[in-house]
Design a protein around this ligand. Structure first.
Ligand code: HEM
Length: 427
């Protein structure tokens, strides 16, 4: 392979290493890649070779061609060869522990997506606004009660989106702590502070074994909900999933439960991270806090910019179904590609001063929600709930600053702040 195509090992390692997303090394690696090898190939011991797609335009070009770049033929999120072997062994050959929308391609994908698509449309979720505002107010009140100091992640950002998505799903409030714990274990599998065994799972097969146990717990929980909604249909998302039909046949229990898992997990961890990212950024950029406080019409801009700045989904993988030329490179049929969303969202060709946090960035063409057929189903809900929280919070928040060392979670798939001590005054 020609030297200019191959990505230096240290740079490739900072792309896949969970720790590199906690200490900033991944963003440095992406900056280097955009400048020196925007579409290069990584060859590392123990993993299949893969392309790292670091430019905004290329991520869009690949994401929108869903027939040419499949989500389901190879692992949809990065794993080692040992991890992949393990999954294929336990699943009887499939590279996926779950079968959710993100692992599907046409013709199945559109059939499953349509089951819940209308639920997530802006005109449908509008009716949730009052309920969400009540949850937001309770969180703002709680922050006021905490008396001027809190860990914004623990006390606000984690529970607020969780309560919203559980309402949407129809999960009883009493079960929320259990869901929160399971979600953290699922998405925080590579962070020793968040995973189930509280250990450093350097062996990918161990991590996969742990994930499998967490998924089994999710399934057990949602099986009860599926059975209940089949017997007693209601006007909630759980009913739409449990009673959904594919080609005239009822959706299988396994697929219904995979569906719950993606909505329940994708629905809150990402939004929690972006909400905490907004608070972190407003501490780092106090003039932006002042600006949005003075002009609440900038709140939607604050929301979009915090999603860009945090980019809670770090990557998804695709594999090529045919040879494809891009940026003078030849992607071959079967090649595996890493879509580096945080890199696309800091691409200097698209965003002026990409490291800066600007609530009035306009246009803000971030790709944190992906693009193409898999474009995030929950994007309107995510933006609506974040907007409502800041609409309730900002008029009461008189000051905001760091009160200790914040920390990002280690994770190369999904993540954001895991600790954010803040000091504040509230009216
Ligand atoms: C800031 C918050 C969020 C971010 C950054 C985010 C990001 C993403 C991304 C990047 C994808 C694309 C996957 C791919 O291309 O393979 C996706 C898909 C998805 N998201 Fe989100 N998401 C967020 C919030 C939500 C919420 C609130 C929900 C639901 C309540 C949700 C549900 C989904 C679902 C069901 C999919 C799969 C769509 C498909 O494959 O057709 N997301 N999300």
């Amino acid at each position: 392979m020609s030297a200019d195509l191959l990505i230096p090992e240290a740079v490739a390692r900072d792309t896949i290493s969970p720790a590199a997303y906690a200490d900033g090394a991944a963003l440095e690696a992406f900056k280097w890649l955009r400048a020196n090898n925007p579409l290069g190939k990584a060859e590392l011991e123990g993993v299949y070779p893969f392309w790292i797609v670091s430019k905004h335009a290329d991520i869009l070009e690949i994401s929108r061609q869903n027939d040419l770049f499949h989500s389901g033929d190879m692992p949809t999120t990065f794993t080692t060869i040992a991890g992949d072997d393990y999954v294929r062994k336990v699943t009887g050959g499939s590279p996926h522990l779950l079968r959710t929308l993100v692992q599907m391609d046409a013709p199945d994908h559109p059939k499953y997506r349509v089951l819940t698509q209308s639920w997530f449309l802006p005109q449908n979720i509008r009716h949730l606004e009052d309920r969400i505002r009540t949850i937001a107010r309770a969180h703002v009140d709680r922050m006021a009660e905490l008396g001027g100091e809190c860990d914004f992640v623990r006390d606000v950002a984690l529970t607020y989106p969780l309560r919203v998505v559980m309402q949407v799903m129809g999960v009883p409030q009493a079960d929320e702590p259990r869901m929160l714990k399971l979600t953290q274990e699922l998405f925080g599998a590579s962070d020793p502070e968040l995973n189930r065994s509280r250990s450093d799972l350097t062996e990918n097969a161990d991590a996969m074994g742990e994930l499998q146990a967490v998924i089994a717990d999710f399934f057990m929980y949602f099986k009860q909900i599926t059975d209940d909604r089949k017997a007693h249909p209601r006007d909630d998302l759980a009913t739409a999933i449990a009673t959904g039909q594919i080609d005239g046949q009822p959706i299988s229990d396994f697929e219904a439960m995979s569906y719950y898992v993606i909505v329940a997990t994708a629905g809150h961890d990402t939004t929690s991270s972006s909400t905490a990212g907004a608070a972190w950024a407003m501490c780092d950029f106090p003039e932006q806090f002042a600006k949005v406080k003075a002009d609440p019409s900038l709140i939607p801009g604050l929301v979009d910019e915090s999603i860009r700045w945090t980019t809670p989904v770090k990557h998804f993988m695709r594999s090529a179904t045919a040879d494809y030329d891009l940026r003078d490179r030849k992607i071959a049929k079967g090649d595996w590609l890493w879509l580096a969303y945080p890199s696309g969202n800091r691409d200097e060709e698209v965003f002026g001063d990409p490291e800066a946090f600007r609530v009035d960035r306009n246009p803000n063409r971030h790709l944190a929600f992906g693009y193409g057929a898999h474009l995030c189903l929950g994007q309107h809900l995510a933006k609506m709930e974040m907007r409502i929280l800041w609409e309730e919070m900002l008029p009461r928040l008189k000051s905001l600053e760091h009160a200790g060392e914040p920390a990002l979670a280690a994770g190369s798939f999904v993540g954001g702040p895991k600790r954010l001590p803040i000091r504040y005054q509230m009216a």
